[in-house]
Design a protein around this ligand. Structure first.
Ligand code: BDP
Length: 691
């Protein structure tokens, strides 16, 4: 990201500002990237932000006014006048042609239509001789997104004069999936308990729900699945539906629709039926009545997310029916009200023990392509095994030509160091989104395939919880932020997003930004290195935090001669699930990239890598490099002492200490284990560093 408007006086002003502000205020991370900290040089922006003209009495327009008041007040250090008309230079005019007579008079209808429901324009203009900034959309929610964009420009010190911005999202539905349980716990949650205070709902509303909605809307996220995919049937009882409806009411002004994960056996568990067979008319009626009941409480209910016949969850296969039969029955029930079904393809239950789990979803779902109702998404994780630190992209993407697919990413760091490790996930997601499926020839990236269906969506499994800083560690907020930004615009680079986030979260001091971004940049590769380098997977213990390589020996297949999983033609033939150009590249040892070598091949310990090292030496090298990166981050963070508020500085420092112990443990456990199998000598640097 370039910073326009920079000149010498800017740098002098900024240096003086930081010199004068070493007494930094205590911060607890609650405000996320919406801190609206005082600007170093507000005088640059004051001429363009002297008046707010946001007519309209709806809750969304009220949210826009309130955000501008908070944001401008915080950044400029004084209240900015709200008025009905532009009365001087520097007005910020926000709305839709319906909410704002001024915007209606600007002749923007055609342009706005082209940007769809959620898109918006931000541009500098003049009205009656007065300079103003227009933030316009065809929907009020789009105007809210535009408002957050404008505030972000200020927060990140980009210019707000001469604007000419038009935006629309990459995906129509942009989800946060919460794996929250009715008892307040969160599956794979590492930041406290559920944000949803089920016991207090629907009567008592935690003010935090609004801050959650603001954070989501600031990124353009517009769908929330409230509960765990391992769904408890009671989530669909009238009692819990009323609680969900109360949350939906809070979220609605922020453009967020509520969805629920449904337990497929709910008709039995809470409906007193004897079966949940999707072809049984009483079951179908039960779901239709349930959908009607939900829509009475939540008129804009989004639909159901279902994990069926996976990890002991009930599903249509219990009755000899297919995933399509199950999904279509639910889709039928919500279709009259515009609802959708997200049917997960995370299935491997029917695999024989010697079968390759990476091939399971493709085998089960490709025969069903074309059999799903039009309002069904098949939801696939980015990788075919799970949410591992590095996986090949999922082969269903590119293979299901007639079914809209919804990619599920994991923001919570289940396999990447929970809340302790500083691991910036945007590079992982970019690697996935930019992968070329070759489905329609070269350039058929995952992002393009996902965005080309008649319905489009993306989901991220939330990393939020009741901890004050929401995510358990300050840097984990970057993953929530980055997921949301990519859901809006998958063309952004990981670097651009990191810089935006760093500026909004830690401030605009050039040294802080460059250090924070440098730490984040290689942190995902570091985690891959200290946990599962070269395409290794599933080496974790049963907490999914520590290392236990013998536990899943069938995944790494290490023996005295070599290591790796043969997914080539002589092995599981997973390569055939990809377009030929992709399959051949990975099947061929000469062209298979080092990063996924052991994902696709079983090779001798002495096999020469592209780096020139043997596999054994490369493994040792990578494990150690991962640990070294953490040490480097510790050193980098130290250079920011006094430049970051002491609370957050110490909190991150403590996390980095934990991360070093975690990374070192992974390295040592894995290297020791593999060495016990191949009896190879350790490289000198490792022999010395192990204590
Ligand atoms: C696995 C998690 C498990 C989830 C499952 C899923 O360990 O907690 O329920 O994914 O996505 O990775 O359904």
């Amino acid at each position: 990201m370039k910073i326009p408007n920079v000149n010498t006086s800017y740098f002098i002003a900024i240096s003086l500002f930081f010199a004068a502000n070493l007494n930094l205020q205590a911060e607890d991370g609650y405000k996320l990237w919406l801190r609206y900290a005082p600007l170093e040089n507000p005088q640059l922006d004051v001429p363009y932000a002297s008046q707010v003209v946001v007519p309209g009495g709806s809750p969304t327009m009220e949210a826009i006014r309130s955000e501008l008041k908070k944001g401008l007040g915080g950044m400029l250090g004084h209240d900015v006048a709200l008025s009905d008309h532009v009365t001087g230079n520097g007005a910020i005019v926000v709305g839709t042609p319906a909410s704002s007579p001024l915007i209606a008079s600007l002749g923007l209808q055609a342009k706005l239509q082209g940007l769809g429901h959620d898109g918006y324009l931000i541009y500098s203009a003049a009205n009656g001789g007065h300079a103003m900034t227009v933030i316009a959309s065809s929907s009020e929610v789009g105007a809210l997104y535009g408002t957050f964009h404008f505030l972000r420009l200020m927060q990140t010190r980009q210019q707000i004069a001469h604007l000419d911005i038009s935006e629309k999202p990459a995906f129509q539905r942009r989800f946060m999936d919460h794996w929250d349980n009715p008892d307040g716990s969160i599956e794979r949650g590492y930041a406290g308990n559920s944000l949803w205070r089920w016991n207090d709902l629907p009567g008592k509303l935690d003010p935090r729900y609004i801050d959650y909605a603001r954070a989501e809307a600031s990124l353009g996220l517009n769908g929330v699945v409230l509960n765990n995919v391992n769904a408890k049937p009671e989530q669909l009882t009238p009692e819990y539906l009323r609680k969900a409806a109360a949350l939906a009411n809070v979220f609605r002004p922020y453009g967020i629709r509520v969805y629920l994960a449904a337990n497929f056996a709910a008709p039995i568990a809470i409906g007193n039926l004897k079966t949940a067979d999707p072809l049984d008319p009483t079951v179908q009626k039960w779901w239709q009545a349930k959908a009607d009941e939900i829509y009475r409480l939540i008129p804009d209910f989004g639909g159901f997310l279902v994990k069926a016949n996976s990890e002991k969850q009930p599903g249509p296969q219990d009755y000899g029916r297919t995933h399509a039969d199950g999904a279509n029955m639910l889709a039928e029930a919500v279709a009259p009200r515009g609802g959708i079904v997200m049917w997960r393809a995370f299935v491997y239950a029917s695999m024989k023990s010697n079968e390759d789990r990476a091939t399971a979803a493709y085998k089960q779902f490709t025969p069903l392509d074309g059999k799903f109702r039009g309002n069904v998404f098949v939801q696939v994780k980015n990788g075919p095994i799970d949410f591992q630190p590095r996986e090949m992209f999922h082969p269903l993407i590119g293979a299901m030509r007639k079914t809209p697919l919804l990619a599920e990413l994991q923001i919570t760091q289940e396999y990447l160091g929970h809340e302790t490790d500083l691991v910036y996930l945007a590079p992982l997601w970019k690697e996935f989104l930019d992968s070329d499926t070759y489905r329609n020839g070269p350039g058929s990236t995952v992002a393009k395939i996902l965005a080309s269906s008649p319905m489009t969506a993306i989901a991220g499994v939330a990393n939020t919880g009741s901890d004050t800083n929401w995510c358990g560690q300050d840097f984990a907020q970057a993953n929530w932020y980055a997921y949301g930004r990519l859901a809006w615009n998958s063309n952004l680079t990981a670097e651009q997003i990191a810089e935006e986030w760093a500026r909004m979260t830690w401030g605009n001091d050039p040294q802080v930004i460059s250090t924070v971004c440098a730490m984040m940049r290689g942190s995902r590769d570091a985690c891959v290195n200290y946990e599962m380098p070269l395409g290794l997977t599933d080496m974790e213990d049963n907490t999914h935090y520590g290392a236990n390589p013998p536990r899943h020996a069938n995944y790494h297949q290490a023996d005295a001669q070599g290591i790796g999983y043969d997914r080539g033609r002589t092995g599981s033939d997973a390569v055939s699930e990809y377009a030929p150009a992709v399959g051949e590249r990975y099947a061929n040892l000469a062209t298979c990239p080092d990063d996924l070598l052991l994902w696709f091949h079983h090779v001798s310990w002495d096999y020469k890598m592209k780096s020139g090292r043997t596999v054994w030496d490369e493994l040792c090298f990578r494990y150690n490099a991962g640990v070294d990166y953490v040490k480097q981050m510790q050193t980098q963070w130290q250079t920011l002492r006094g430049k970051i508020d002491p609370e957050r500085f110490s909190a991150v420092q403590a996390r980095l200490d934990q991360q070093l112990a975690h990374a070192t443990n992974w390295r040592d456990v894995c290297i020791r284990y593999f060495q016990s199998i191949n009896h190879k000598p350790l490289p000198a640097y490792l022999a010395q560093s192990k204590g």
